[in-house]
Design a protein around this ligand. Structure first.
Ligand code: AMP
Ligand code: ZN
Length: 502
């Protein structure tokens, strides 16, 4: 464990030394996707950012309980209390069961996370699986005087809460200003006789369902469904306790989602839920946030196949991951063909280094002529790798140091540096650190060449030529090599082909 990890806390707007509540245990909650559509590259960025957080905390020796939810009810199209449930809407449009929608996009989400080598969370709770906990929380908030029932729905009383606590702490918004900006909207709604809320900033804890609404449950307030913010408060408390260490999500969730989560927790327990709030910045495309609703999203399958009008070619999952690591998670990341191409180069360099690192061995008959200057340099680079990660998970800094370490590995391979001059301890440390950073902390692995078939075809071409030239020893060798790959050569009278070995 480390005393030197600093995390930028959105709540205090400062980088703070990370002090877990109950070391070695760490509670990490990350808001998961609303599963009403395929995840796009923007979503992937946020989840990859928190995968790095999880990986590094694990590396430091913490025992992390990582909870990432699946939103399968309650998230309305207006992102506030307006509109239709996103999942119910999709189910209606496609004439499917809401749970068919949920299943389809949850599976897609998991497939993409696996491709990007993001670890699974320890617990992945769903909102529909925690309705009892959510209703219990609504009751607690009502009992504390911060929730009120209105026409079958229950709302959080923001004004009342703000008299005792501070609403807007996380996002830096001031309630009076929020209210002023919504006054006109209020008036419009009142005129239309739609007003259920005491104040426009109040948000739904529980919503009354109209009879035709396809996702609804019985509650003390009649048939209805939970408000979007409620699930995260209920599930984080259930699995991580009333107070836990880190709460994360994309920056666009800071307000209103996370602000409301804080209000719900404080309004029911008197305690703020998380010690550190972390937000991943947005992935943009041509300077604009990538978003389903803006119609500018690129899906991972489109990227991996190179099939999208904005893409010049295909880019692999590890190229994308590398690209994400090159930008610090708190900066916006603009995706472009240029940055992806550069990332592919960088990724390949790193992976070539990995292959070399795994092959290098310290000579047994080493006569040490220690080069202390070299050792000093290597130790410095290794400390820089950690400095990067300790500086609020700055993967960009860490990658820069990793390339310096890679130079040493390449020099070892070319003989510019002799292993024995480093001594066994430094040599082992260099190799181990490189491998650990690449594989364990940054989560990069060696991708198989995308097209195995092309490789087989080119070997077959050589086979045919060797045969023409009656070079039978080469013919036999290629045949044997292909067999090792599970491929048999079909040398027929009329043609030469290959098949999978049965
Ligand atoms: P959603 O499926 O809309 O609930 O979003 C899932 C996660 O992806 C949330 O944490 C969002 O903040 C995050 N997210 C959405 N769009 C982007 C984007 N363009 N860049 C980075 N993260 C995003
Ligand atoms: Zn959430």
């Amino acid at each position: 464990m480390s005393e030197s990890l600093k995390i930028y806390n959105t709540l205090t707007r400062e980088k703070e030394i990370f002090k877990p509540l109950a070391p070695p245990h760490v509670g990490l909650y990350v808001c998961g996707p609303t599963v009403y559509g395929y995840v796009h590259l923007g979503n992937c960025r946020t989840f990859t950012s928190f995968d790095i957080v999880y990986r590094y905390l694990n590396h430091l020796g913490y025992k992390v309980r990582y909870v990432r939810n699946i939103t399968d009810v309650g998230h309305l199209t207006g992102d506030t209390d307006d509109g239709e449930d996103k999942i119910a809407k999709k189910a209606r449009l496609e004439n499917l069961e809401p749970m068919e929608i949920v299943q389809r996009y949850t599976v897609d989400f998991h497939t993409v996370m696996k491709k990007l080598n993001n670890f699974e969370p320890s617990i992945e709770p769903t909102a529909t699986g925690h309705l009892l906990e959510q209703m219990a929380l609504v009751k607690e908030i009502i009992a504390e005087g911060f929730g009120y029932e209105s026409n079958g729905s229950v709302y959080f009383d923001v004004k009342k809460y703000n008299e005792k606590y501070q609403y807007g702490k996380l996002s830096g918004r001031v309630l009076e200003e929020l209210l002023a900006s919504t006054e006109r909207e209020n008036l419009r709604r009142e005129l239309q006789g739609q007003e259920e809320k005491r104040s426009q900033e109040d948000f739904a804890l529980w919503k009354k369902a109209e009879p035709q609404h396809i996702m609804q449950w019985e509650s003390p307030w009649g048939m209805g469904f939970p408000g979007w913010h409620l699930e995260c408060s209920a599930m984080s408390t259930k699995y991580l306790g009333k107070k836990f260490d880190i709460h994360g999500g994309g920056l666009d969730l800071k307000f209103p989602h996370h602000e409301c989560e804080i209000a719900q927790s404080v309004g029911s327990t008197g305690e703020e839920p998380a010690n550190y709030w972390m937000h991943a910045n947005m992935l943009t495309i041509n300077g604009q946030k990538m978003s389903k609703s803006l119609n500018n999203s690129i899906l991972p399958v489109e990227l991996f196949a190179g099939k999208h009008p904005l893409l010049e070619e295909a880019y692999s999952p590890m190229t994308l991951r590398f690209c994400m690591l090159q930008t610090h998670y708190r900066s916006t990341m603009d995706l472009s063909n240029d940055s992806l191409k550069a990332s592919r180069k960088g990724y390949k360099k790193v992976i070539n280094g990995l292959r070399i690192a795994k092959q290098l061995v310290y000579p047994e008959t080493a006569e040490n002529q220690i080069d202390s200057k070299q050792i000093e340099q290597i130790d410095l680079i290794i400390s820089q790798l950690y400095e990067g990660m300790n500086d609020d998970f700055n993967t960009a800094k860490t990658l820069a140091a990793l390339f310096e370490l890679l130079k040493k590995i390449n020099s070892l391979e070319s003989g510019q540096i002799q292993a024995e001059n480093l001594g066994k301890e430094c040599f082992d440390n260099l190799i181990k650190t490189y491998i650990v950073f690449v594989e364990e902390i940054l989560g990069l692995f060696e991708e198989e060449p995308a097209d195995q078939k092309r490789l087989v075809e080119s070997l077959m071409q050589i086979y045919k030529e060797a045969k023409q030239h009656k070079n039978y020893s080469q013919v036999d060798q290629i045949r044997a090599n292909l067999k090792n790959l599970g491929i048999v050569v079909k040398d027929m009278k009329h043609k030469i082909d290959w098949a999978y070995e049965e």
